[in-house]
Design a protein around this ligand. Structure first.
Ligand SMILES: Nc1ncnc2c1ncn2[C@@H]1O[C@H](COP(=O)(O)OP(=O)(O)OP(=O)(O)O)[C@@H](O)[C@H]1O
Ligand SMILES: [Mg+2]
Length: 370
């Protein structure tokens, strides 16, 4: 985070709709100039949180401060925020210039100033020369850029974006992601970006808040969320994760290691601190598919290994996913690997049902809160 670490400060914020706790006591701080994403399944409260920041929704309880000022009594059009809505909300009866200038009406600027600012915005969103076009003469991506320009022309300190790329096809969405990130960096303003697409959130964000049922499960950088999820829910929501349930049978020092006995999955070592843990504690262990290697010969004693049967494979060009059945586990173990030549030779010719071993390093697994 840069400069002002608590540019936006949200404290014990809730919004109830009758019995529904759409947002349930959320605490959050967002830095000035940060690209911050809210990620979570449909209905988890993302839009409601954004609408409270914009002032379109009154909190049931809690506080929002932006740049040190309480937003309690501040009307939406007096807040340093502006919002881009999910369904590129541009007016079909107005041309591009009038759509972009729309947000300036309340400022009562002179015509020359409005023209100058619209031209500037057309440059920013890379649509110079498009000013006289109507909405139906634009592509989806161009319409979305007009919506962005309209939100940015008032020079908000905070731009709130509610799934702004949701309606675009994959290729265009990826292009717009790069443009959005470049735009945010060149303007240096704070973006709060709502999405339910984890790859999109990972690509764009400095930090991500993973939400479920009106609550925040974990707020972290994309790397931390992937490598060190704090719970089963986050591990499963960000990418794919294999879960093994077990019990601590020993705690070792130097290097700090937790030895776990996991029934059908055997006994193995997980790198990590034993602080706050006791032999006998039940634990949930998470292992990412790409941390596992496939071996056709039995690994040396002392290596973390599970024996299983090669059950299915999907070939994805640059990589493959393998699924391995282990007696006594109710879920297949998912393995991902790059399709380098050696690997294809070793595994590509395996028959389904063949006995194999999966191995992994102690640092390749994490212990999760259940
Ligand atoms: N005006 C409203 N009246 C009653 N319930 C509402 C209202 N707005 C939202 N809700 C409920 O609050 C919860 C959170 O809704 P919200 O729109 O914030 O979810 P979301 O995370 O944005 O979902 P999506 O990804 O589908 O857009 C949902 O259960 C929703 O039905
Ligand atoms: Mg929503």
């Amino acid at each position: 985070m840069s400069g002002n670490d608590a540019f936006i400060s949200i404290q014990a914020l809730s919004k109830h709709f009758g019995p529904v706790k759409a947002v349930d006591r959320i605490d959050m701080t967002i830095g000035g100039g940060e690209f911050f994403s809210l990620l979570g399944a449909s209905g988890c409260g993302k839009t409601t949180l954004l609408r409270m920041l914009a002032g379109f929704e009154t909190p049931t309880a809690g506080d929002i401060h932006i740049d040190g000022v309480s937003m309690d009594e501040v009307a939406p059009h007096h807040r340093p925020t502006n919002m881009v809505f999910q369904n590129y909300a541009i007016f079909p009866h107005l041309d591009v210039r009038k759509n972009i200038a729309y947000g300036l009406r309340v400022l009562r600027l002179g015509n020359a100033e409005v023209d100058r600012r619209v031209d500037e915005m057309l440059e920013v969103v890379k649509l110079p020369g498009f000013g006289e076009r109507r909405s139906n003469e634009l592509s989806g991506g161009q319409r979305q850029r007009v919506a962005l320009a309209r939100a940015l022309i008032k020079r908000p300190k905070v731009l709130l974006l509610d799934e702004p790329l949701g309606a675009l096809d994959k290729k265009l969405r990826e292009e717009m992601q790069l443009e959005l990130r470049a735009l945010q960096q060149s303007l240096g303003i704070t973006f709060i970006f709502v999405t339910h697409d984890q790859e999109e959130a990972m690509t764009l964000s400095d930090r991500i808040a993973v939400m479920a049922d009106g609550k925040v499960l974990q707020t972290d950088t994309p790397e931390q969320l992937y490598e060190a999820p704090n719970s089963r829910e986050v591990g499963a929501f960000i990418g794919t994760m294999n879960f093994l349930r077990g019990r601590i049978v020993a705690l070792e020092l130097d290097p700090e290691t937790i030895v776990v006995e996991a029934g059908a999955a055997g006994t193995f070592r997980v790198a990590g601190t034993g602080r706050g843990r006791t032999v006998g504690d039940p634990v949930l262990v998470g292992i990412r598919p790409e941390k596992l290697s496939v071996s056709v010969t039995q690994p040396a004693d002392g290596t973390n290994a599970i024996q299983g049967r090669f059950a299915a494979m999907s070939y994805l060009g640059d990589r493959s996913h393998y699924f391995v059945e282990v007696d006594g586990l109710d879920q297949r173990i998912s393995v991902a690997s790059q399709n380098d030549l050696q690997h294809l030779l070793a595994v590509g010719q395996l028959d389904f049902g063949a006995e194999i071993w999966l191995t992994w390093a102690p640092a390749g697994a994490v212990i999760l809160a259940d």
